[in-house]
Design a protein around this ligand. Structure first.
Ligand code: SF4
Ligand code: MG
Length: 336
């Protein structure tokens, strides 16, 4: 994935990737853990920071580029994959990442996302999924649970949610994975594999919005609905994040309840060959658990190789230039 991007011998640390911008997410936001994981993982790639670009759309997670000491674009709502496609296609010397959320990527940007994936543009897409619009203060999103009570759905959401992993597999994305903000080890493994992948890599990251998710079900008639919140857990215990992305600062009212399949028990671990060409089996796995996050698998669902859009497009331009050298004078003369 990063082949062709200049590397450096400069000693890099998480600090090298930390910008001077004050991080402005709510205390307890899952975004802190993802930022910390990305900052400590990037030095592994040994890429030149000036050849690394993070393109985001609009939303809480889309503030991400400000906090990284790389190039970045805080772009327009839903359009980050389109802007990143232009960059990746014209600049093979860049490592291009997209940061987006469930609202940004799947609602206004749904079209851009699926077409980027089917084209297999060489982009790494981090889709932060908290099942809510956080920045605009708590409206339901395309991944919100049916029945979810939000400011825009006071009587409960009627919409059936997308499963982003299933959606990406349906678009035949060549790399599809799911991770959780709280599982630093698996998140880093998934990021590493995505970075190595040549082509579109979609990584869904479950990330809680404690401000607008926790307590969202209190007014539902069925108390079982409360079980469906997205919440991080480590070693069976709630994880609490501090404002600096550090573990250990306790936030009140941050109840937690999600397990990965691998933590449920040995018989629930799925050994899956992600290199299968047919996405059908990965798709079936992506359906496990349904809306019930207690049993939702995380890990790499698909990792196959297919020519990338940007490589093919550059090759087409090269062949066209070779077969018929440009004639500027003729162009300027026009048709006569
Ligand atoms: Fe995070 Fe939610 Fe606050 Fe946004 S509103 S920064 S998603 S906790
Ligand atoms: Mg969201």
């Amino acid at each position: 994935g990063t082949a062709g991007v200049p590397t450096t011998d400069e000693k890099q640390t998480a600090k090298s990737y930390t910008s001077d911008q004050e991080v402005r997410w709510c205390p307890g936001c899952g975004d802190y853990a993802v930022l910390a994981a990305v900052r400590s993982f990037l030095p592994e790639l040994r890429l030149k920071r000036e050849n690394t670009v993070f393109v985001s759309g609009i939303g809480c997670s889309s503030r991400f580029p400000y906090y990284l000491n790389t190039y970045g674009v805080h772009s327009i709502h839903g359009r980050a994959p389109a802007i990143a496609t232009g960059l990746a296609t014209s600049r093979p010397d860049l490592s291009v990442w997209v940061v987006t959320g469930d609202g940004d990527a799947l609602s206004i940007g749904g079209n851009h996302l699926i077409h980027t994936l089917r084209r297999n543009v060489n982009l790494k897409i981090l889709l932060f999924n908290n099942r809510i619009y956080g920045l605009t203060k708590g409206q339901y999103s395309p991944t919100s649970e049916q029945g979810k009570v939000t400011k825009s759905t006071p009587a409960g959401s009627l919409d059936h949610p997308f499963n982003p992993v299933s959606l990406a597999l349906g678009a035949e994305a060549t790399f599809v994975a799911r991770a959780m903000d709280s599982d630093r080890k698996q998140l880093t493994e998934v990021l590493r594999a995505a970075a190595e992948h040549r082509g579109s890599a979609l990584v869904e990251i479950y990330q809680n919005c404690p401000i607008f998710n926790d307590g969202a079900f209190d007014v539902l008639k069925d108390p079982g609905e409360r079980e469906r919140r997205i919440v991080p857990l480590r070693d069976g215990e709630p994880i609490r994040f501090g404002p600096d992305g550090e573990f250990g600062v306790v936030q009140d009212g941050f109840e937690l309840r999600v397990r990965k399949v691998s933590e449920v028990g040995e018989d629930a671990v799925v050994v899956h060959d992600a290199s299968r060409t047919d996405p059908g089996y990965a798709f079936a796995l992506s359906r496990l658990g349904g809306q019930d996050l207690e049993h939702t698998p995380t890990g790499i669902f698909r990792s196959v190789s297919r020519p990338t859009y940007d490589d093919l497009a550059r090759e087409q331009v090269r062949l066209a230039q070779e077969s018929k050298p440009g004639d500027l004078a003729a162009l300027l003369r026009g048709n006569d």
